[in-house]
Design a protein around this ligand. Structure first.
Ligand SMILES: [Mg+2]
Length: 342
């Protein structure tokens, strides 16, 4: 049996969490009053004050997705049953967290969570195959695929948007803010690496998007060392199409597209200030240096790629960026002034 001990700080957090939990219990105690939107808001607060356990968090997310999906269940009796099951699991998970008893009974939670998910899958499948599928269910399905790959709080926020009927083109639009700063605050100490798409990571010709040599390895390696952001002047629908090809694992969670590009003297520019990150920890890679002219000290120029099969630039850049990510305590501007990528 694993025992978890708490230090003073954790205990204080737990106390706060316990108060929150009481409120949550009141919320879910009465099925008619159950307000999912409010519940997620509480949960976001709650998630900030508790220690994290990835798998329990996954259970939260799955249950919430099931709740959203059950809203669309045409069999209202079935939906009602499932909603009360979801409430039961949520209160059990919260008990586990707030009770500080350790997570020894987590196995049971995972089993029931899986059961609810299995029961919900038929509603998802039925809906997605219908001629008029619900966008909410489509988005929830995408979110399910993101489980374990993404920050818990970020997922909760995305779900909150779905619950508030803020329907977007794709799950990626749900992960960023509607106005600047576009990147939601995340607790990480990584440098943010902003990547251009066309002629940097790939090239579109003959009606198809071609991946640049080394792009798969580049994205997956960089993902362990940097917070990755795509920033393209292309429209979102095209960016999503191209990213499905070069980043099928969805390592790059944030996508900024044409609507995020600014005009400066009538010329487009990628203004890094809109990201909402510390500028001493932001890098941009682009095949057109004019795109990063507002923050040229943060920019890395990479040669334009239009299909040459012997191109090695992404491999060279990968080595350079791996070294850069190891340096500590200096701004990216200082680091790059010592050693340029050329
Ligand atoms: Mg480009």
């Amino acid at each position: 049996m694993v025992k978890y001990t708490l230090d003073a700080e954790a205990e204080a957090s737990l106390l706060k969490a316990t108060i929150l939990l009481e409120k949550l219990k009141n919320l879910i105690g009465n099925e008619r009053k159950f307000d999912k939107k409010k519940f997620v808001k509480f949960l976001i607060k709650y998630s900030r004050s508790k220690s994290t356990c990835k798998n329990i968090q996954d259970s939260y997310i799955i249950i919430f997705i099931c709740l959203i999906v059950q809203d669309h269940n045409e069999n209202k009796n079935e939906a009602k049953k499932m909603i009360s099951r979801c409430q039961m699991i949520l209160s059990k998970i919260l008990d586990l967290h707030a009770g500080g008893k350790g997570l020894t009974s987590e196995c049971l939670i995972f089993k029931i969570t899986q059961f609810v998910l299995n029961e919900t899958i038929s509603v998802i499948t039925y809906n997605l195959s219908s001629s008029n599928p619900s966008q909410k269910i489509g988005l929830c399905t995408q979110l399910l695929k993101f489980l374990s790959k993404i920050n818990f709080e970020l997922l909760l926020k995305a779900m909150q948007k779905i619950m508030s009927d803020e329907i977007q083109e794709s799950v990626f639009s749900l992960l960023i803010n509607k106005s600047a700063p576009f990147l939601p605050s995340c607790s990480n100490n990584m440098i943010t690496l902003v990547l251009d798409l066309d002629e940097t990571l790939g090239h579109f010709s003959g009606n198809i998007f071609h991946p640049r040599p080394g792009v798969f390895e580049f994205i997956s390696k960089m993902n362990s060392h940097y917070e990755l952001v795509l920033f393209t002047s292309a429209v979102e629908i095209y960016a999503n199409y191209a990213m499905n090809i070069i980043d099928p694992e969805n390592h790059i969670k944030f996508r900024l597209c044409r609507q995020h590009i600014k005009l400066n003297n009538n010329k487009i520019v990628k203004d890094l200030e809109i990201l909402g990150r510390d500028m001493s920890k932001v890098l941009i890679v682009d095949n057109d240096p004019r795109n990063f002219r507002l923050q040229s000290e943060n920019g890395i120029f990479i040669k334009t790629w239009t299909g040459e099969s012997d191109d090695k630039e992404l491999y060279r850049l990968m080595d350079y960026l791996l070294n850069l990510s190891k340096a500590k305590g200096e701004s990216v501007q200082q680091l790059m002034s010592k050693c340029y990528f050329k």
